[in-house]
Write a new protein. Structure first.
Length: 88
């Protein structure tokens, strides 16, 4: 039974991290600036790779690491959309 509880708590943490990464208002200006600077420096093929990437985080993964990944993934997808369907 504790394993079930641990799995549910891990899932809840991951879902919360995704929600935070999707809401600019939930992030500090410094975090947003750093993520945007990282994404802006990427070539289109790297943007596609990041936007399509899937990571399986462990239940105890640091919250800020999960948020950072999903934030950069979201920003990469947004930048690709701004560059056109294929980022060319």
């Amino acid at each position: 039974m504790p394993d079930d509880l641990s799995a549910h708590l891990g899932l809840a943490r991951r879902m919360r991290a995704i929600a935070v990464a999707a809401d600019d208002a939930a992030l500090t200006d410094d975090v947003l600036k750093a993520a945007r600077a990282t994404v802006e420096s990427l070539a289109p093929e790297d943007l596609r790779s990041l936007a399509d990437m899937h990571i399986m985080f462990k239940d105890d993964a640091p919250f800020d690491v999960m948020v950072g990944f999903w934030l950069r993934k979201r920003l990469a997808a947004e930048r690709l959309q701004g560059l056109g369907a294929h980022g060319r």
